[in-house]
Design a protein around this ligand. Structure first.
Ligand code: FPP
Ligand code: MG
Length: 302
């Protein structure tokens, strides 16, 4: 549990206790082998709602849902590594990964059922949208997508909705303006996914904990590729590299074209602008910690 603040360790401990109460050693061992990230959603909830038994429980629920979605996503994406470690599907197979995801998801929903009805609905509805977003992601990867609107709708649903719901639910817990915090969370979520899509290109596999530039190989035309396609004079070459093995030369060509056309620079600018929009939604609120969170998220390297 190193690198986690004491509050985030409490959340991990809480999830651990839920799993122990299921009384199944295989599930306990599998859970203990999962690498945890920076727990952005929990950081957000605690910054908005403060620390209380209810806010910590909300964090545990959201983290279990998020982890569950990644266990399913790694099966869908046939991913071998996440956060620098072998994925559960790579180590134990797709069936185990799906079922561990189902178990975490069900525990999360059992606990959600015990919370305030409004909060339970907001979170449950976000998971529906999350699943639709993941389906859109799969569908869009079938052909070379050139629609910015479809990309935007997909990242909003796939990533934005759970962050939006976390922020809104935390605001409700703290009796703050939930609409303002929902808008904040939505824009933060969009910025977060765009940064993720940019890092796939700018970072190496060691920093990413997964292969670099894998999105395009996997059929994902993310924001830097959308802008590159719009601007490059060599659209045919870019299309010929879609969903195929990329040699070092191919990768260098894509990166150079992205520099030349400012596709990367402008993708970063869009993410920064969404971050600013998020903060604007909170005008008049005491938001210094949230500003720090946005800045660290935008400047992150993995
Ligand atoms: C990561 O996307 C995936 C998501 C943010 C959402 C995945 C959602 C589902 C699988 C729907 C089912 C939900 C539940 C709760 C069971 P990515 O592949 O772009 O990012 P990555 O690089 O981190 O894999
Ligand atoms: Mg994935």
């Amino acid at each position: 549990m190193k690198n986690l603040t004491p509050q985030l360790q409490i959340i991990k401990q809480q999830i651990n206790e839920y799993i122990i109460s299921c009384d199944n050693q295989q599930c306990i061992d599998l859970f203990n082998s999962l690498p945890f990230g920076k727990m952005l959603r929990s950081q957000l909830i605690l910054k908005i709602a403060g620390i209380s038994p209810e806010s910590l429980k909300l964090c545990a629920i959201i983290e279990m849902i998020h982890t569950s979605s990644l266990l399913h996503d790694d099966v869908i994406d046939k991913a071998d590594t996440r956060r620098g470690k072998l994925t559960i599907n790579a180590k134990f197979g797709d069936k185990i990964s799906i079922l561990l995801g189902d178990m975490l998801y069900s525990i999360a929903f059992s606990q959600l059922a015990l919370m305030n009805q409004n909060i339970a609905y907001i979170v449950a509805n976000a998971v529906t949208q999350l699943s639709i977003g993941e389906m859109m992601d799969i569908e869009l990867a079938n052909t070379f997508n050139t629609s910015y609107d479809k990309y935007y709708e997909m990242i909003y649903k796939k990533t934005g909705t759970l962050i939006e719901a976390s922020s809104k639910a935390a605001a409700l817990l703290a009796s703050k303006d939930s609409d303002k915090y929902a808008l904040f969370g939505k824009n933060l979520g969009l910025a977060f996914q765009m940064i993720d899509d940019i890092l796939d290109i700018t970072q190496d596999s060691t920093a990413l904990g997964k292969p670099s530039m894998f999105d395009f190989i996997d059929g994902k035309v993310t924001i830097p590729y959308l802008l590159l396609y719009e601007r490059t004079e060599n659209k045919d070459k870019l299309k010929s590299l879609f969903k195929v093995f990329l040699s070092k030369e191919d990768m260098s060509w894509i990166k150079e074209e992205m520099q030349k056309t400012k596709a990367l620079e402008d993708s970063i600018a869009q993410a920064v602008s969404l971050g600013k929009k998020a903060l604007e939604a909170l005008k008049g609120e005491d938001n210094i910690f949230l500003e720090e969170l946005i800045n660290s998220m935008i400047k992150r390297t993995f």
